[in-house]
Design a protein around this ligand. Structure first.
Ligand SMILES: Nc1ncnc2c1ncn2[C@@H]1O[C@H](COP(=O)(O)OP(=O)(O)OP(=O)(O)O)[C@@H](O)[C@H]1O
Length: 251
């Protein structure tokens, strides 16, 4: 299958500091790809290049290409708002808007012009079901999202991302602030979502990458050291630095 996203010789600078060096990798569609590596190695920075979230940071310079369905997302003709609708993102800290559960999920569709009550009701229910939180919130849709637990808030944020029907979901350490039960719910959810979406996740947790991802990429000092099928990368790392990292010898 053709990759849905392809980075080609991607370099990124924050001011004078180069944070990404010559990253070339393919993200297969309908699979989970995990980025691992020690703190500060550029995982989140690279994840953000995939839907141009770094555009929002001043002083960032990017060279190279990221192709989405074969087209470079850094071409001037690409509207980053439209791109981010197709490539959604969930952050480390759940960030529900200070409004009702319903309005959180309806927010994106409303900004895209959907106003009909029935249509919005359907989108809200479908998104909350897809994010495996419908049963927990269906009787309190009009209540504030801020009253939910951390794990519920994170699933609500996933529902909000899914409401605009993206093709790719980027997850930046989406479970690192959660307890083991909420983490396991989101891991199960990521596995379910890959039938419809492509999931790319940054994780500090190697066990998590090994448990749920199909592909793993190991980053070090802003470089991609190695990427491969997760089982293979963990069992037979090709690079000594990958082996040292996954066996806990550094990092
Ligand atoms: N907004 C920013 N401005 C300047 N430098 C930044 C910015 N964000 C990240 N960096 C730098 O870029 C490098 C890569 O950071 P990044 O957050 O991408 O790494 P990471 O692997 O995701 O780390 P962590 O696992 O700790 O989140 C680091 O040296 C970091 O200090």
């Amino acid at each position: 299958m053709d990759p849905i996203l392809q980075a080609k010789d991607l370099n990124l600078w924050y001011g004078a500091n180069q944070a990404l060096h010559h990253i070339t990798l393919d993200i297969p569609a309908h699979e989970i790809t995990a980025f691992i590596g020690p703190s500060g190695c550029g995982k989140s920075t690279f994840l953000r290049t995939l839907n141009r979230m770094n555009d929002l940071i001043t002083g960032v310079k990017i060279q190279g290409e990221v192709n989405f369905h074969g087209e470079n997302i850094y071409e001037p003709s690409v509207d980053p708002t439209v791109l981010r609708r197709r490539i959604g993102m969930v952050f480390q800290k759940a960030n529900p808007f200070p409004m009702s559960i319903y309005d959180n999920v309806a927010y994106g569709p409303r900004t895209h012009g959907i106003r009909g009550r029935k249509e919005l009701d359907e989108i809200v229910e479908r998104s909350l079901r897809s994010a495996a939180i419908w049963d927990e919130v269906k009787d309190r849709l009009k209540k504030s999202a801020l009253g939910l637990s951390g794990g519920q808030q994170q699933r609500l944020c996933i529902a909000r991302a899914l409401a605009v029907e993206p093709e790719v979901l980027l997850m930046d350490e989406a479970t690192s602030a959660l307890d083991p039960i909420s983490t396991s719910k989101i891991e199960d959810l990521a596995i379910e979502l890959k039938s419809k979406y492509t999931v790319v996740m940054v994780t500090h947790n190697m066990q998590q990458a090994a448990r749920i991802s199909d592909n793993t990429a190991f980053f070090l000092l802003g470089e991609l050291v190695e990427m491969g099928k997760t089982e293979k990368l963990f069992a037979y790392p090709q690079d000594k630095r990958t082996e040292d990292y996954i066996t806990g010898r550094f990092g």
